[in-house]
Design a binder for this molecule. Structure first.
Ligand SMILES: [Zn+2]
Length: 98
C-alpha cells in the first residue's frame, strides 16, 4: 500500500496513509479531525493486520478507550488467525520499501 487508500468507516470517508506516526514505538494513528489512518510502512504480515484493525476500530468506535480498542484488536486478530481466516492474506502482504 504505497498510495493513500480511500475507505468508508463508521459511515464516513477516511483516507489510509502509509506513514509512520511521530513518537518512539508508534506504528499507527487514527486522526478523527482529518479522517486519516496512518499505518507505518515498515509493518508487514500479522503485525500490519493488527495495526490496521486497531486503527480501524478507533475510527469505528471513537468513544472506546485505548484499552478496549487494544484488547479487541489483539483478540480479534488471534481469533481470525486461530480460525485460519487471515493466515494467507496477512502473510502475502509485503513490507513497503520505506
Ligand atoms: Zn490505539
Amino acid at each position: 500500500m504505497s498510495e493513500p487508500v480511500k475507505v468508508q468507516l463508521n459511515g464516513i470517508d477516511w483516507t489510509v496513509i502509509s506513514k509512520k506516526p511521530r513518537g518512539k514505538g508508534h506504528i499507527g494513528k487514527c486522526d478523527w479531525e482529518k479522517r486519516e489512518l496512518w499505518i507505518a510502512p515498515s509493518l508487514a504480515g500479522i503485525q500490519r493486520f493488527e495495526c490496521v484493525l486497531h486503527e480501524g476500530l478507533h475510527a469505528q468506535m471513537p468513544d472506546a478507550s485505548e484499552e478496549a480498542v487494544e484488547r479487541m484488536g489483539v483478540e480479534l486478530t488471534e481469533l481470525l488467525r486461530a480460525c485460519g481466516a487471515i493466515c494467507s492474506a496477512a502473510e502475502s502482504i509485503q513490507p513497503s520499501e520505506n
